[in-house]
Design a protein around this ligand. Sequence first.
Ligand SMILES: [Zn+2]
Length: 289
Amino acid sequence: MGKVFVFNGRNHTIEYFPSIVWASTVLIRGRRNILIDPGGSLPSNLPEIHEIWITHAHPDHISMMDRFGKTPVFAHPEALNILRSKNPGGASTKRELDTCLEKLKGASGWRRILLMAIAHVLVRGFGLLFIRGGGGVENVHAFRDGEERYGIKIIFTPGHSPDGVSFIIEDMGIAITGDLITGRRNAPANLFTPSSNPIQALKSIERLIEEKIDIILPGHGRPIYNARERLKTALKLTVEEIECIKKSHPWKGYWSGFINIMKCIHGSRKIIARLSALVFYSGKAEDLL
Ligand SMILES: [Zn+2]
């Protein structure tokens, strides 16, 4: 476990444990002790944990949630089946593959076969990364969008995945946003695991910009201290990417459409994100309109 970042507020103390390989874990101490995203190596000397909150059900954010006995786990309604399953990492990976296949219904011929192959390689590879999966949990509950628990505001922020949730501690100006954006200075929304949706991400980022946020604790990496500026940059770059792809009409062309998509994808995206983007944008055009 590396450096721990501690933030003290009137009603809460927040400890942020970044992990390079796995997801960051956050501990909120207050009237109730809440552990967010127990996915990587757990912090030592944890106090009694009253509730576990999940930002989204990707394997690296949930693999330790079964270590806390019957402690209730809260998540987005769309995450509940994954969290309850015997093998949540596998269920999460299957959701990624199913999403790809659904998107590819609009493609045909060799184009479809190639994209299917890419989707399989991507999703299986993505799943293999998380082979150290924990078990499922029974005591799971759905958050309601906009609800408040122990003075913390809970809003749904899908985009990186369909079940994204952010937690806002208003009096501290802190938001815990999972993987919606990365810590990178000049990057669009953190899209393209296969279940990512850029249109949803735009709406979620716009919603966060409306909130009074100074600091973002992301799902990976260090805290983001100029939160509003970073959100605005992510918004702008994501819009540019989508507009570029729309103009290139990738779904009308044949092979040239692939090249157009690759040209439009922001330079900060890694290869897995580029291939996921290829699958996403090559599918149904309606997804973008
Ligand atoms: Zn994720």
